[in-house]
Design a binder for this molecule. Structure first.
Ligand code: URA
Length: 237
């Protein structure tokens, strides 16, 4: 492939902009500055821009440990988008497969594969999400049964789908739900007369937040994790 085409694909720039970058001496091919767009690049070559190696990647599947203070959207005039935590040269084609609130921590999946993320976010597929919940007031014995039966949230017509709550200590619970309504966990406990003071997502379906990741760190998903959402046999369902 020509180097200028490679730069267009990796950086999302026009051919004219790629030529300008090359002319400015900003691009290195195998540790040497190259200025000609017609230079050929192959898989074995290393192309660098601003000390970052550029690669043409296939579909992306990433797990991020989202810290507090970042939003799961492209734009927010106030908070940083969680995308800035990724060391990606461009993230305009990536999206979050299910969002977390700015003050919620834990597992976020990021991809550029819309069909894959649909299986996580679409209510039809009932993908489970597990949260660790810190509550302001002591957990009441009736919570688990009410969550199992479904809770009518404020401004909703239908109760929530059955969920599972396991009490861990007086103020902490592990909750598994299969929907992703706006602020769902906070609204569920508000409907029960309590208040969520801390929320952390531990898993989505069979994908569990990697214990080796620190807040703000991420890694690519393994093939097994990718396929757990979308088994090959169901590819064209
Ligand atoms: N439910 C919430 O209320 N907030 C989240 O971030 C995720 C689920």
């Amino acid at each position: 492939m020509r180097l200028d085409k490679f730069l267009c694909d990796c950086l999302g720039v026009t051919r004219k902009e790629a030529t300008k970058l090359l002319k400015s001496g900003a691009i290195e091919l195998n540790q040497k500055t190259v200025k000609s767009g017609s230079t050929k690049v192959s898989d074995q070559d290393s192309v660098c821009w601003q000390e970052r190696e550029l690669t043409l990647k296939g579909p992306r599947y990433i797990m991020l440990y989202k810290p507090e203070g970042f939003v799961c959207s492209h734009e927010d005039g106030f908070n940083h988008t969680a995308f800035v935590l990724l060391d990606e040269v461009r993230y305009d084609d990536l999206h979050f497969a299910g969002r977390l609130d700015v003050d919620t921590t834990g597992l976020v999946l990021i991809t550029d594969d819309g069909q894959w993320s649909h299986r996580i976010t679409s209510p039809k597929h009932k993908c489970s999400k597990t949260y660790l919940v810190e509550l302001a007031d002591p957990i009441q014995s009736h919570y688990a049964t009410e969550i199992e039966q479904g809770i009518l949230l404020r401004n909703e017509k239908e109760p929530t789908k059955p969920g599972v709550m396991e009490q861990i200590d007086l103020h902490t619970a592990r909750l598994t739900i299969s929907e992703g309504k706006y602020h769902q966990v906070k609204r569920m406990f508000a409907a029960l007369g309590n208040k969520v003071e801390g929320l952390h997502r531990e898993s989505i379906g069979a994908i569990t937040l990697d214990q080796d990741l620190e807040p703000g760190e991420y890694r690519d998903l393994t093939e097994q994790e990718i396929l757990s959402v979308w088994p090959r046999s169901k590819e064209h369902e």
